[in-house]
Design a protein around this ligand. Structure first.
Ligand SMILES: C[S@@+](CC[C@H](N)C(=O)[O-])C[C@H]1O[C@@H](n2cnc3c(N)ncnc32)[C@H](O)[C@@H]1O
Length: 236
């Protein structure tokens, strides 16, 4: 098992991994210019549902939404809820914007706000107890032990997630990476005072639960024949 390293990303406050890929063109480039500023987060101050959406409503927070499939599908499923997605990879943000602009030919999704950048700098601006859901789906694994401190699943981020979730709120985590899974379970063991694991049987973490849309990385993992694990913890 990977040893715990002190100095996790809450302290380090740095981004790891790439933020740019292929040059954006056409619709994606237009949406980055026109739509992203309209649905971007305020530059400073507290981030609340009322400030973002005009009314108080359940708030969902997705860390590293990739191309945004899960976020868009959840937002479409729950139109009265508000969604905040954070993703530093420009091409991922652009892909998500195309879904927000026109979700599966059904028109725009009005209940998503985006931040192109790291999740923790936004999470800390959300008032304690304000979130109903936090999603961490297929985070970058950083499989080498010496990179363990870069993993989002570490004590600092988990403490922050716990603080921002309301009582009864849910933290969902998915991975197909065995090293990351063992690391995550070791971390979550240390946070039993904050979270109850919502699993009674192995099937509960071996099968994708209802209301948990598939992500791009998950689909890729399945194609490669990997097992995928689904964890749900409820804030105590
Ligand atoms: C392996 S991808 C998974 C993407 C998506 N969740 C999925 O399942 O398809 C991990 C994502 O986390 C993003 N990421 C890395 N560090 C992050 C951070 N500090 N805050 C938010 N997202 C981050 C990466 O840019 C990348 O898109």
């Amino acid at each position: 098992m990977t040893a715990y390293k002190s100095g996790d990303p809450t302290t380090l406050k740095r981004l790891y991994g790439r933020t740019k890929g292929k040059k954006l063109r056409g619709l994606q480039s237009d949406l980055m210019q026109d739509l992203l500023p309209q649905i971007g987060l305020p530059k400073d101050g507290a981030i609340t549902a009322a400030r973002l959406f005009g009314t108080d409503r359940p708030l969902h927070f997705e860390i590293g939404f990739g191309a945004g499939e899960h976020m868009a599908a959840r937002a479409n499923m729950l139109p009265d809820h508000g969604f905040i997605g954070c993703e530093p990879y420009e091409n991922g943000v652009a892909a998500a914007l195309t879904q927000i602009d026109n979700y599966q030919g059904m028109g725009p999704l009005a209940n998503i706000r985006l931040h192109m950048g790291g999740a923790l700098e936004i999470l800390e601006r959300i008032p304690d107890g304000a979130l109903s859901f936090v999603y961490l789906l297929h985070p970058d694994p950083w499989p080498k032990a010496r990179h363990a401190k870069r993993r989002m699943m570490n004590d600092g981020p988990v403490d922050m997630i716990a603080a921002k979730l309301k009582r009864g709120g849910e933290f969902r985590f998915g991975t197909d990476h065995p090293v990351y899974l063992r690391h995550a379970l070791m971390i979550m063991q240390r946070h039993r005072h904050q979270f109850d694991w919502l699993a009674a049987h192995p099937a509960d973490f071996q099968n994708r639960p209802a209301g948990w849309p598939e992500t791009r990385y998950e689909a890729k993992a399945r194609r490669q024949g990997h097992e995928v694990w689904y964890y749900r913890w409820r804030r105590r």
